[in-house]
Design a protein around this ligand. Structure first.
Ligand code: GLN
Length: 484
């Protein structure tokens, strides 16, 4: 059952080949058997899942089922879940039980999805390898000595290892696309504002966006349709109609104009990754697309700009974790100041502290103009590059990451080397554009991701373009050894 697509599972449920309860039990058993080696889950919510599966079975019997009714999924542990621990990968929230569901969680539950549990992640979504989690690193199901990517590494590993049919993720600078690339799955970060951020613990509010990690574009389309849409509780959510992303998957892509940014194929890109991406682009030409070189001239500045903007916003967002209202509180504080200092010193890990310090510095009087304001100006230039590119092309393609998954510990001592993992993904977050990663030919046995970037609110087109490749090739069907 765990190798079936979401559409096949939905058909099997309707045809009574299996019930949602049986399907849920099957996935829970797989998690029990496989996850000790991966550490993809922080919390497994078996009772909750079996209750939801029971409700789904009743809806199916009553003929009230939708395309996701009874489908087992997982949520990144950044989304608040009513009555179930929401840790955000941090000691700070190790005992936090949210009193409400995030909008994305609520919408997917309303669509009939069964939540199996909460997936591991870099602490407060800060990282590219899942090694900053308080709950320990996640291992890549393709090679357990390697990282799964981050920060949505638990979701990526769980989907790749077939421990759930799909999972949610969040992407502030690449955290859906980069782990999708490292784990050989399909991951989409929609346009900023497409999915509500309400109940999604904030890292950098002007960049954070929820999205889907799945085994194919068709599976991702079904989940995207259910979780997108305006939410009056999130003032930055977009009041734009949500199309049925599944309906346009088969659209013809003959005549599609693909742009290849020359900045994404230069120094620092692994030769085998480049070759795999070029082979996929050739396949698109065979499907009737045309290819031209473009330039995103300011994209090399995206990493430095991000590492001013994101820490600045995080230093402000994380100020709320002060040991007073919720979250970790130190033992026997001497006075209020001691309470703040020790609760934060104990609750946050090293990378989170580093970001808070950088952000506080960048926003401080006298430095604001030199850092934050300057970064926001360059952010405009980066968006302008994309605006000009989309006058010439329909989609932009390139590698998702410069290399394949690296070994655990390889970059933990060098934050800048770690940050450079997101060199191709961050610019889309700065511009608020949608981006997707799909698996292409592996390099030395490890997955490689092709990134496809689209214009605002064109996630339907991205899923269509990805789906057409997945109809013509088998790259997305490869399964890691841990799935046996
Ligand atoms: N790797 C980037 C960071 O560490 C992006 C993280 C993310 O997208 N949440 O900030």
């Amino acid at each position: 059952m765990h190798d079936m697509t979401i559409a096949e599972l939905a058909a099997g449920l309707r045809a009574k080949q299996f019930s949602s309860r049986e399907l849920t039990q099957h996935y829970l058993q797989r998690i029990d058997a496989v996850d000790p080696g991966l550490n993809a889950f922080i919390t497994v919510a078996a009772d909750h899942a079996l209750d939801a599966a029971g409700a789904a079975d009743r809806a199916l019997a009553a003929g009230e089922a939708g395309p996701l009714t009874g489908i087992p999924i997982a949520h990144k542990d950044i989304f608040c879940t009513d009555g179930i621990k929401t840790s955000c990968g941090s000691r700070m929230l190790d005992t936090f039980i949210a009193p409400y569901d995030a909008t994305v969680v609520e919408k997917l539950a309303a669509a009939g999805c069964v939540m199996l549990g909460k997936t591991n992640m870099d602490e407060f979504a800060m990282g590219s390898s899942n090694e900053t989690s308080w709950y320990g690193p996640v291992r890549n199901p393709w090679d357990e000595t390697r990282v799964p990517g981050g920060s949505s590494g638990g979701s990526a590993a769980a989907v790749a290892a077939r421990l759930c049919a799909a999972a949610t993720g969040t992407d502030t600078g690449g955290s859906i696309r980069q782990p999708a690339a490292f784990c050989g799955i399909t991951g989409i970060k929609p346009t900023y504002g497409r999915c509500s951020r309400w109940g999604m613990i904030a890292f950098a509010s002007s960049l954070d966006q929820a999205g889907v990690m799945a085994r194919s574009a068709a599976d991702a389309a079904a989940v995207m349709t259910a979780m997108s849409g305006f939410d009056r509780r999130d003032s930055t959510s977009a009041d734009e109609p949500v199309p049925d992303y599944s309906a346009a998957l088969d659209d013809d892509i003959a005549g599609l104009r693909i742009g290849l940014p020359k900045e994404y194929f230069g120094e620092g890109l692994d030769a085998e990754v480049a070759a795999a991406v070029e082979a996929a682009v050739k396949e698109y030409e065979r499907l009737g697309a045309s290819v031209q070189q473009i330039s995103l001239a300011n994209s090399p500045l995206s990493v430095p700009v991000y590492y001013v903007v994101a820490p600045a916003e995080c230093s402000s967002n994380l100020a709320r974790f002060d040991g007073v209202r919720y979250g970790h509180r130190c033992e026997e504080p001497r006075d209020l100041e001691d309470l703040y200092k020790r609760s934060r010193a104990e609750g946050f890990g090293a990378e989170v502290k580093r970001r808070i310090m950088i952000g506080t510095y960048a926003l401080s009087a006298g430095y604001y103009d030199a850092y934050y304001l300057k970064a926001q100006q360059i952010r405009h230039l980066i968006s302008d590059d994309f605006r000009r590119a989309f006058e010439q092309v329909d989609v932009i393609m390139g590698p998702t990451t410069p290399s394949t998954a690296f070994t655990l510990g390889a970059k933990t001592a060098d934050p800048v080397a770690m940050y450079l993992n997101d060199i191709y993904t961050i610019a889309t977050n700065l511009a608020g554009l949608p981006g997707l990663s799909i698996p292409v030919a592996p390099a030395r046995g490890l997955p490689v991701g092709l990134q496809i970037i689209g214009n605002y609110f064109r996630e339907g087109q991205l899923l269509n373009v990805a789906h057409r490749l997945q109809q013509a090739t088998d790259w997305h069907r490869a399964a890691p050894p841990a799935t046996a």
